[in-house]
Ligand binder design. Sequence first.
Ligand code: MN
Length: 457
Amino acid sequence: MSGARFVVQRHRASRLHYDLRFEIDGVLVSWAVPKGPTLDPAARRLAVHVEDHPVEYLLFEGVIPSREYGGGDVIVWDTGTYEPVHTDDPAAAIAAGELHVEMHGEKLQGRLVLVRRGTDDQQWMLLHKHDEHAVTGWDPEDHPRSVLSGRTNEEVKADPDRLWRSDAPADRASVSLVPEPLPTEAIDELAALGTHGTWEVFGRRLKVTNLDKVLFPGDPPVTKRELLAYAARIAPTSLPYLRGRPVNLHRFPDGAGSKGFWHKQRPAHAPAWLGAWDNPDADEDETTTYVVIDLDPGERTTWEELLVLARLHRTALEHLGVTAGAKVTGQRGIQIWVPVVPGYTFDDTRAWVEGISRTVGKVVPELVSWKWEVKARGGLARLDYTQNAINKTLVAPYSPRPAAGAPVSVPIGWDELDDPELRPDRWTIRTVLDRLESVGDPFRVLLGAAQELPELT
Ligand code: MN
């Protein structure tokens, strides 16, 4: 058994705890330790013996969708090898109610002892022996970073690399959320072309023309070449949100602000990264994979008021325990997306959003109007749950908008609703890639987080 692996994951679920797991006979035998393991020999920690986890979970670091078992965020707080002491059969030692192990981790070193308390199978005690690795007063919360990534739980939650689907088979439960980057030569080749030519990108040869045509006013103006470069660079991030959905491309042949026309194509045929999209699977059946809460400011709505509405929805969704994401539209509004499992009709999702929005509307009746009241109370914000319908068009994540400087619809972290710098058109095609580089894509967690909608009571 010498050299079997252990892991301690710092797990923020409904409550913060540390999961101490030993690899034994092909599974991870696990204890949840609310206050975490310690090197302090004076400390006695409660450790709750919980169900075995699959070995595939050993180095999992990322997020678990809110409504799944253990929903929250997880870091690999410590890992390494361990040796059972006084036995070569740790499973038998656990069955007998006492396990001694020598830990060889980055943080945990020396002798740990797990002892079952009384006749309760679940309640155990964890302690560290008085040995040369013991440190009086040592607190795991003083050492909060992952030994894998150096990140804290908060940082992983804000930009997770992986998502764990506890309802999937173990070998497929850990889902990558990191897009494959575009090779940089493609952008260099585009920059090197004249006003037209053949551009090879994503394994396709595209005939490109009028590359220096100005499409968006700005300083300097945004050319077609710059828009194409943005589209290619953002594609790995944005395409997962478009896959399998009908896409609307709104083309402005003479640049943003000119008369445009709508052009609807299947993504397989359309350069999908350019456009907005409408509700998914619309041509197949009238079910949906997302719920949309559209916070649409009226003429009299200030940005501060819109933020009030967004924060109230944040509170409501948190209270319901659903995984949801917010994004600024690149124009004036904020949208909230809630991924759902297959089978919901638009009638279902519309009714659910109506329930939430009516609750929020009661809190701030002075700020909102309803669709049928627009004439009477014009200028107020609309909580337009009717957007949950077939053939409604929604701006896609990272889609540019037809306005000066090419602003972009950008997913934001929920905390950013409290950022005084936040604006609905804060980012453009020139700045959003740097933002992605530094804070990642807050919508990634929605991919694969399909969930059932909780009953509204
Ligand atoms: Mn846990």
